[in-house]
Write a protein that binds this ligand. Structure first.
Ligand code: SAH
Ligand code: SF4
Ligand code: F3S
Length: 448
């Protein structure tokens, strides 16, 4: 590929994204940066001049999946020698130059704070030079870049409000791959949300590893997450607002009161517990106890009675006993989570847990505990859905259902997927749906 003379629309970029919502939004930033250099996105890998894979390191199996994709790209490169392949995101940050050495397919490596350098890295890689930038930044928030939206529906969109994380939970690689926490300016967030509303979007999800620690000082005031949320909700009454992720140690009642006051902030909170055992939480360095976690659940139920609560749980962290595990199960029963993301503990190199603790829960014990957690959550999720049967919920229609062109699918304020006959409605409409029945993953109803 001759990258010395980049001109508008001359090159095709194929990009695959793995990992969290933050990565989805970062890929949109990357597309915006490369669009200025003449790249347009293709969905067809075989048309691409440049393949980028935006990667996740959070668990070992996430990385294995990416290695598998790199094998596929290597075969593609054999057929088309000019093709360039770049690894970006968290795995790029974690493995750095090592990726160039280990993976024959890889021509360039860029960490999450180095995306402005991608045009230069592509040029270098195109002339056979080394192309690695994994510098982390204390300031970079890509605040001035308008992400090129890659969602297909034009209804809902992500907006990053901060980057990095300062928490250093013992098991977690994120602080090392994403760097220190920094909040994006309040004005640029509001500008981006306003532009999305003008472009017809109906829902934004504000993203950060720990949104509750959002903080921006201006000349005369400090903007907290509660204030930011209120300001984003005020951009338009027709816009729905979601956010993730909340941290149990930092989530304030003030945020809950803002949610109660603003009708267009969705009643759904993702509050990762990780474990129900105070002893394990301490070893994980989560900086809250089981009792504190349950008191936050109680605050949500009191201030926001209709709010859905979801969580993340890890089975088999270092030293976890059967008693600790039963405490996770009993926490689930007390909190009555509406849904959960559930994982087996996976050692991540150079994290505090990897350095100081032994991964001593046998694989088969981890698997069995995870299965018990999944089974219990299956029951809780079913109960949570059954509560809606016979009730009417407001749904933002997002897509034509994958299973039938006559059905629309969307989500309720509580983030439940709802499917209903399309009639005259279209994606982007708010629809009152009477819920008739449910499947394990979905509420089914009739538009009123
Ligand atoms: N910032 C968010 C989540 C980041 S990672 C928070 O603080 O909750 C998403 C989830 O992956 C975590 O909540 C955790 O449950 C899981 N996770 C992170 N590291 C893990 C590891 N080493 N093994 C298994 N699960 C892990
Ligand atoms: Fe990882 Fe903890 Fe930060 Fe979440 S808060 S990203 S789990 S270190
Ligand atoms: Fe994965 Fe990085 Fe997100 S490790 S979960 S892509 S912050």
């Amino acid at each position: 590929m001759n990258v010395n003379a980049l001109r508008p629309q001359r090159f095709k970029l194929y990009i695959e994204t793995y990992g969290c919502q933050m990565n989805v939004n970062d890929s949109e930033v990357v597309v915006a940066i490369l669009a200025r250099e003449g790249f347009s996105v293709t969905q067809d890998m075989q048309q691409a001049d440049l393949i980028l894979i935006n990667t996740c390191s959070v668990r070992e199996n996430a990385e294995q999946r990416i290695r598998g994709r790199l094998d596929v790209f290597r075969i593609e490169k054999k057929q088309r020698p000019g093709l360039l392949v770049g690894v970006i995101g968290c795995m790029a940050e974690r493995l750095k130059e090592q990726l160039l050495e280990e993976e024959k397919a890889v021509d360039l490596v860029a960490g999450p704070d180095a995306y402005r350098d991608l045009p230069q890295l592509v040029r270098n890689a195109g002339t056979g030079q080394k192309a690695v930038n994994v510098l982390l930044s204390r300031e970079e928030t890509y605040a001035d870049i308008s992400p090129v939206r890659m969602d297909k529906n034009g209804v809902s969109s992500f907006v990053s409000i901060m980057r990095g994380c300062n928490n250093r939970c013992a098991y977690c690689i994120v602080p090392y791959t994403r760097g220190v926490e920094r909040s994006r300016s309040h004005e640029t967030i509001l500008q981006e949300v306003t532009a999305l509303v003008e472009a017809g979007y109906k829902e934004v999800t504000l993203l950060g590893q720990n949104v509750d620690s959002y903080r921006r000082d201006s000349a005369d005031e400090t903007i907290s997450f509660a204030r930011l949320l209120e300001d984003v909700a005020a951009v338009s009454p027709a816009l729905r607002v979601r956010f993730a992720t909340s941290h149990p140690k930092d989530m304030t009642d003030e945020v809950l009161h803002v949610m109660a006051t603003c009708h267009n902030i969705c009643k759904s909170i993702h509050l990762p517990a990780q474990s129900g055992s105070t002893r394990i939480l301490e070893l994980m360095r989560r900086r809250y106890t089981r009792e504190w976690y349950l008191s936050r659940i109680e605050a949500i139920r009191r201030i926001l009675p209709s709010c859905a609560i979801s969580t993340d749980l890890i089975a088999g962290f270092c030293t976890e006993t059967e008693d600790d595990h039963r405490e996770s199960l009993s926490l689930m029963q007390q909190a009555l989570f509406d849904y959960a993301f559930m994982f087996k503990y996976s050692v991540r190199p150079n994290t505090p847990a990897a350095r100081k603790m032994k991964d001593d829960v046998p694989e088969e014990v981890k698997s069995r505990r995870l299965q018990e957690i999944i089974d219990l959550q299956g029951l809780l999720s079913a109960q949570s859905k059954q509560r809606f049967i016979g009730h009417t919920v407001e749904v933002l229609a997002e897509n034509i259902s994958k299973k039938s062109p006559d059905q629309l699918s969307g989500r309720s304020s509580q983030n439940m997927v709802v499917v209903f006959p399309k009639k005259h409605y279209a994606p982007g409409d708010y629809v009152q749906v009477h819920i008739i029945e449910c499947t394990p993953a979905t509420l089914l109803g009739e538009a009123l």
